[in-house]
Design a protein around this ligand. Structure first.
Ligand code: RNT
Ligand code: ZN
Length: 414
């Protein structure tokens, strides 16, 4: 089937696939640098902490800023659409012989990231790194009862606000700054309130430094549990939603790996749309737990994209990918997850939402179900291929040959 034949089929349902392609091309989605090196970063040599874990030992991972940037460039080449670059504070790039701790990070340590972003006309998002550091005391950062530790991490958050503002000024694109901490307890706590009150106060202190609210968009990410902190995490869903609801200019961030396994973020998106003018998402794929597998074109991913589109969330919901698989080629992992999310958005943009809503509201639920099922078999693949052609990007069948070539030419020499 040709694109024009496929386009005809959609047109019969009142769907303009050219308009969908044009819209998709401009929707920014943040690509996370930490898939490329198993969340290692450049500022420390210790293990990954914070209750998150990468598994696998696929060869060729990026070990220097140069390698990581080269891999990023490859991912850009293999993906259509508008990207943001998502950077963690642990990816600071120091001059030879230089090193500063997290509370002393400055914009200059991220100059090379700005250069990369500018080269690709991309925006930058930022994340303070409240893990993988000897300054994490007893597994705690912003909730620590040790005031010196807590203040260190507050200063880190403040430093990150300044860096976020620098990113936004340099690129001309607002920077989403996401606060996530792994603070919690392995077993039944004796005090659940104290850590949360300290966390609340810590975020307030971080946000008390002056910054341009049009340029920096802070958000707080919730989590139900982490490895080694199974009984209690301070930054629970209720905590972060309530914090964002009561602090002007702060958004909640929902990571779809951070809920009980039968909860779905697709259903939470319209709930938040009722109350928040803007919010953020981490798009991942949990299997049995927050395993952070590569995002695929699966049912829940598609349902999330549908909700974003039909709730009018484009432009209001800040989308970022967040997963880390060390068992396969990491460039393939990053690009595949991004391409899957693009497919999900494209499908959502090519659906007869108005008609489906009408059928729901008039209680024609059998007809609604049949139409929902029928649109699943529309020739989306042809629209996807046309999008890739227009963007000058390799199709799904040629994709892995490009990866293999890069592996042979570049990764195998590391
Ligand atoms: C961890 C959170 C968090 C991290 C990144 C590296 O469970 O999802 O977003 O994945 O900050
Ligand atoms: Zn996340």
């Amino acid at each position: 089937m040709s694109y024009s034949e496929a386009k005809e089929k959609y047109a019969k349902l009142g769907i303009d696939t050219d308009a969908a392609i044009a819209k998709l091309k401009d929707i920014p989605v943040a690509l996370h640098c930490w898939q490329l090196d198993d969340v290692k970063g450049f500022d420390q040599d210790g293990p990954l902490t914070g209750g998150i874990q990468t598994t696998g030992n696929y060869p060729g991972k990026a070990m220097t800023p140069e390698q990581l940037f080269a891999d990023y460039e490859k991912v850009f080449e293999l993906t259509p659409g508008t990207k943001k670059i998502n950077v963690h504070a642990s990816y600071a790039i120091f001059e030879k012989g230089e090193w500063v701790d997290r509370d002393a990070l400055e914009p200059k340590h991220f100059k090379k990231w700005v250069e990369l972003a500018k080269k690709h006309h991309a925006g930058l998002d930022f994340n303070p790194t409240f893990f993988s550091s000897p300054r994490v005391k007893d597994g705690l950062t912003l909730t620590s009862p040790d005031e010196e530790t807590r203040q260190f991490w507050i200063r880190h958050g403040q430093a990150c606000l300044r860096i976020s503002e620098y990113f936004a000024k340099e690129t001309g694109i607002p920077c989403v700054m996401n606060i996530w901490i792994g603070d919690g307890y392995k077993d039944i706590p004796a005090d659940r309130l104290g850590p949360r009150l300290r966390y609340k106060d810590s975020i307030e202190q971080i946000l008390s430094v002056p910054y341009d609210r049009d340029l920096v968009k802070p958000c707080v990410e919730s989590k139900v549990f982490g490895i080694g902190v199974e009984a209690y995490t301070a930054g629970s869903a209720e905590f972060t939603l309530s914090f964002a609801a009561t602090h002007e200019g702060v958004m909640p961030l929902m990571d779809n790996g951070h809920y009980h396994p039968t909860e779905v973020v697709s259903d939470k998106i319209p709930a938040l749309m009722c109350f928040y003018p803007e919010f953020a998402l981490h798009i991942t794929r949990p299997i049995r737990w927050d395993s952070d597998h590569v995002v695929l074109f699966d049912d829940e991913t598609r349902e999330m994209a549908k909700e974003i589109v039909r709730c009018g969330g484009i432009g209001k919901i800040h989308m970022a990918l967040d997963y880390f698989d060390a068992s396969i080629n990491r460039i393939s992992a990053l690009a595949t997850g991004y391409r899957s999310w693009q497919k999900a958005l494209l499908e959502a943009l090519c659906m007869p939402h108005a008609e489906l809503k009408r059928l729901q509201d008039s209680n024609e639920l059998g007809r609604k179900m049949v139409l929902q099922e029928a649109v699943k078999l529309l020739p989306l693949g042809e629209i996807w291929n046309e999008y890739l052609r227009r963007e000058g990007v390799v199709d799904d069948f040629g994709f892995y040959d490009e990866i293999e070539k890069y592996e042979k030419d570049v990764l195998s020499k590391r």
